[in-house]
Design a binder for this molecule. Structure first.
Ligand code: NI
Length: 189
């Protein structure tokens, strides 16, 4: 009898452990995204609520970026074009700078239209940018140039896809195929 009780207690301890583990796993799942408050390329306040109603593609970078950012933004635009001429009205295309010191609304206004007429360019205070970057797990770091030229920004290069409620769905690297991005966005339109 004593032995049987011991087995039961052991079983309960194991079960409680599993439940606790599951809860911990669920609770610690990395939440990507969330609310933000920034300023758009027209100098107007822009929040995460302004994205609701359409799926969204977001990329974090900086306008002085020589290669990776333009490549990623062109990839987003190519994917959008594959969804047809009306897709531009049905999808939010967003560029968020990780270089708020230089990327003013005016600068963004001259930059984002290179990647499509509906592109939204967002900047903010260094704190606002730090907050949204943290929410999206974006790494960025200023890198002084060796030749005394303008500094660069080292940054993670990820394209995020949100659903029409602003919830994170999936992400792509800048090596992704436009067809794969288009397919994932198309399912949310
Ligand atoms: Ni870049």
């Amino acid at each position: 009898m004593k032995a049987l009780l011991g087995v039961w207690i052991a079983a309960l301890v194991v079960a409680a452990g599993w439940i606790g583990w599951d809860a911990w796993q669920g609770g610690s799942r990395p939440a990507i995204g969330g609310p933000f408050a920034l300023v758009d390329q027209n100098g107007k306040p822009f929040t995460s609520d302004d994205l609701k109603g359409k799926p969204t593609l977001i990329y974090f970078g900086f306008t002085y970026c020589p290669d990776v950012c333009p490549t990623s933004l062109l990839l987003m635009e190519t994917a959008l074009e594959q969804l047809g001429p009306d897709a531009a009205k049905k999808v939010n295309m967003v560029f968020i700078t990780v270089d708020p010191e230089r990327d003013t609304p005016e600068l963004l206004k001259g930059y984002v239209p290179n990647f499509g007429p509906t592109f939204i360019g967002l900047t903010g205070t260094p704190q606002q940018i730090a907050d949204v970057a943290r929410a999206y797990r974006v790494y960025y770091q200023k890198v002084p140039s060796k030749d005394g030229g303008p500094y660069l920004m080292d940054h993670s290069s990820i394209i995020y896809l949100l659903d029409r409620n602003g919830r994170f769905v999936t992400h792509f690297t800048h090596d992704a195929k436009a067809e794969a991005i288009a397919a994932a966005v198309g399912r949310l339109i």
